[in-house]
Design a protein around this ligand. Structure first.
Ligand SMILES: *Cc1c(COP(=O)(O)O)cnc(C)c1O
Length: 497
């Protein structure tokens, strides 16, 4: 398997190198031209999740040995990390299915990839003498999942920046209580875009030279790394395996998926699975009020110059869906020059478009739909009242869209991306209305909502969230944007030198 940038096919990297580097130097994303050569017949997946993971990972990352893949799978998807033996169980919601991706250490779907990425990175580092500092800006979920995944991994440090006051009370506590000798958590005075821009700028800042002197290079854990994309392909195959084994489908039957989408990483993994031979009918892209993808899939115009809405499904509040770049490359005949031109137009003018032929190709693969906050709350309440399932706001967006897009005779799988307890306040309010809280601060109020939701529904909160109540806050750092390079350098010196 060879990887190269979506914007230039000349420079070839192995899987390991692509995992370590994360993003191509020209700003493109790493892709392979050999997806179609990696066919996996889902009828031959007769083991459990670990077996499916080994098959998919060894097909796409063939420069890792069988022992390395096996050890990585065992470590990432251990019973300690994932509370369900199926890792990502498929369960019923009315006459559709939920693919539950939230049974990992931080109760969000990002765990599935961020438990594997450190395994792949540390094995690629072995014997190179190099050390890595992972820096990540987060709007909430990625930061905690990355901290948890990289905690105490030898040779790797991690620094997470989040916007001060810009994450939910539960998300803040999840990060501020993070343990580990190699981690750092810091609030940034600014919003998420400021933090994200500052983190990107760090990669080109003079501080990289100081880091180089102590043998440390920077890397990122965000969703453009192929080491995050590949583990996500696994659960599409495994969902099919589970439905086959449960007798819900016959070998060869097409199934549809609806995916709550932000950065397009999750749904792109479904596209990869389709190219690798999984009988996927349609991949339905579900958006919240930030419906830039719905507009693109309906009109062929991607326009990021639009109003940004802060919604109750914050992990989908995104106007630039980075991973769409890979879909453009793969669906438009693996053409790097055209991909580069589109992304350059997006950067300079804020917009690009695709012609009618290419739009038709996209439409033959992807469906779409969007739901605003009011529709999301209605969906949370209706799911509870009509199916007895408690779903988080992101899952609710997908479920609402899936109900519209459901095709007769085709099983529909809705990707469920977070525990409802991660957003307990919005979930509780959607079903029962506001609670008269007694606590003064948002953190303590969140636990009142957690308790009330559990009491009313009888659904247990995951221990990783209910246990936050008694965990000491370890991180109170707050920095201004210009001081981030020095902060990272100080952390690297303390933890990696
Ligand atoms: C990140 C995230 C999403 C969006 O996934 P993308 O890969 O960015 O499209 C949806 N739901 C939750 C809970 C998330 O954390």
């Amino acid at each position: 398997m060879q990887y190269h940038s979506t914007r230039n096919p000349e420079e070839i990297l192995s899987g390991r190198e692509a995992v370590l580097q994360g993003l191509a130097r020209d700003g493109g994303l790493f892709v392979t031209d050999s997806l179609d050569g990696c066919q996996i017949d889902p009828a031959t997946l007769t083991g459990g999740y670990h077996d499916t993971a080994r098959r998919v990972l060894s097909a796409l990352l063939d420069d890792y040995s069988a022992e390395e893949i096996n050890a990585s799978v065992e470590a990432a998807y251990s019973a300690k990390n994932f509370s369900s033996p199926d890792v990502t169980p498929v369960t019923p919601i009315g006459d559709m299915h939920l693919l539950e991706l939230y049974h990992g250490p931080t109760a969000a779907f990002k765990d599935v990839a961020l438990c594997m990425l450190p395994q792949l990175m540390s094995r690629a580092l072995e014997g190179t003498g190099r050390k890595l500092m992972i820096i990540t800006a987060t709007s909430g979920d990625t930061g905690k999942a990355a901290l948890s995944g990289f905690q105490d991994v030898p040779g790797i440090g991690i620094t997470v920046f989040y916007p001060e006051g810009g994450v939910s009370a539960v998300q803040h506590l999840q990060m501020a209580t993070q343990e580990g000798a190699n981690v750092a958590v810091c609030a940034v005075r600014g919003n998420f875009d400021d933090a994200q821009t500052a983190v990107k700028a760090l990669f080109a800042s003079p501080v990289t030279k100081d880091l180089g002197e102590i043998g440390v290079s920077l890397s990122s854990a965000n969703s453009i790394n192929i080491g995050r994309l590949v583990p996500q392909i696994v659960y599409y195959f495994d969902a099919y395996r589970q439905l086959l084994q449960a007798g819900k489908i016959k070998a060869g039957d097409e199934i549809d998926f609806t995916v709550p989408t932000g950065n397009f990483g999750d749904v792109l993994a479904g596209y990869c699975a389709k190219r690798m031979g999984l009988p996927v009918g349609r991949l339905v892209v579900a958006s919240n009020a930030n419906d830039v993808l719905t507009e693109f899939l309906e009109t062929g115009v991607y326009n990021r110059k639009r109003t940004f809405y802060k919604t109750i499904s914050p992990s989908m509040d995104i106007l630039v869906s980075s991973n769409l770049e890979r879909a453009l490359y793969w669906i438009d005949g693996h053409d790097a020059a055209r991909t580069r031109a589109r992304l350059e137009a997006l950067k300079s003018e804020g917009v690009y478009s695709v012609d009618a032929d290419l739009l038709a190709k996209f439409k033959s693969i992807f469906g779409c739909g969007s739901v605003d906050d009011a529709g999301t709350k209605d969906a949370i309440r209706e799911a509870w009242e009509t199916t007895g399932r408690l779903i988080d706001p992101h899952t609710a967006v997908a479920w609402a869209v899936a109900r519209r897009e459901r095709r007769a005779g085709v099983e529909m799988v809705v990707l469920s991306t977070a525990s409802p307890y991660k957003f307990c306040r919005d979930v509780y309010t959607a079903i029962y209305g506001e609670l008269k809280t007694k606590a003064a601060d948002e953190g303590a109020q969140a636990f009142e909502y957690m308790d009330a939701l559990a009491d009313n529904t009888g659904v247990e909160p995951p221990a990783c969230l209910s246990g936050l109540r008694t965990k000491p806050v370890l991180w109170k750092d707050v920095e201004n944007i210009p001081d981030l390079p020095q902060y990272v350098l100080a952390q690297a010196r303390a933890k990696l030198a």
